[in-house]
Design a protein around this ligand. Structure first.
Ligand SMILES: [Fe+2]
Length: 251
């Protein structure tokens, strides 16, 4: 499986505190069936020390350490981009933050508080600069929980949706929204958003076990592979071959 969202890089944000912790997290991911992991540190105002231009070299250092430790994980560079950070970022910054530095696909963080009306505009401004957006864990945001139609309008506009494994297996509002998004074909990726080993966050494997297995495979292998290569998404292999449903969100 391919995990497109992690805080694996050591000493940058609220993820791995040091190299030892990063290796432990990588080892745990491999034991849970992950072969490729994107390192996506927070790129936002409260982590000003992170230099986006250095992400690829940080990944190179970590990869060498993992290889030396015999951990069979391939690490890909990326970032969890804050929408406001993106507005002032240069084109080169955004390219460095994109998956593999390819300049095609960006992981964009869903804000935690109430979504301002301008949120969609800010996303649009990123997209017109030539990036496909993968929106990180919208199911955890109260505004989307209360108004899922707002999220579906973004999906209709070709924004991709990443739900977090912990949401998929957990209950509550986030779990309910994640499960419905998956069942209706309105979510595209399941990722771990892992911060540290032994953190107790659900693995991709546990999340896949909690959904239709064919759909789970599409969301943890086929779609992430296409995103890393900047390709169009593979067609959804849904067993029922139904178009995605909207009814649940109509009240
Ligand atoms: Fe994250």
């Amino acid at each position: 499986m391919i995990d497109l969202h992690s805080h694996l890089l050591p000493g940058l944000d609220d993820g791995s505190p040091d190299l030892e912790a990063a290796i432990a997290l990588a080892r745990e991911a491999v034991s849970n069936g992950v072969t490729v992991m994107a390192a996506t540190p927070h790129l936002r105002a409260d982590y000003p020390a992170i230099q986006v231009a250095d992400l690829a070299s940080h990944v190179g250092v970590l990869q060498a350490a993992l290889d030396a430790a015999g951990v069979g994980l391939r690490v890909v560079s990326g970032g969890e981009v804050d929408v406001l950070w993106a507005q002032s970022a240069t084109d080169e910054d955004l390219r460095s933050a994109s998956y593999g530095g390819r300049g095609t696909d960006l992981l964009v963080e869903t804000p935690y508080g109430e979504l301002p009306p301008i949120f969609e505009d800010l996303l649009f401004k990123i997209r017109v600069r030539g990036f496909r957006v993968l929106l990180a864990h919208p199911e955890r945001n109260r505004s989307f929980q209360q108004d899922a139609a707002r999220l579906l309008r973004l999906v209709d506009g070709d924004v991709l949706v990443q739900v977090t494994a912990a949401s998929v297996v957990g209950g509550g509002r986030a779990g309910k929204l994640a499960q419905r998004l998956i069942a209706d074909g309105n979510a595209h990726v399941i990722a771990g958003d892992l911060h540290r080993a032994g953190g107790g966050r659900a693995s991709l494997r546990e999340a896949v076990a909690a959904v239709d297995p064919v759909r789970g495979e599409w969301m943890t292998t086929a779609v992430p592979a296409a995103i890393l290569e900047g390709r169009p998404l593979p067609p959804p292999p849904f067993a029922d071959a139904q178009p995605r449903k909207r009814g649940w969100f109509r009240r």
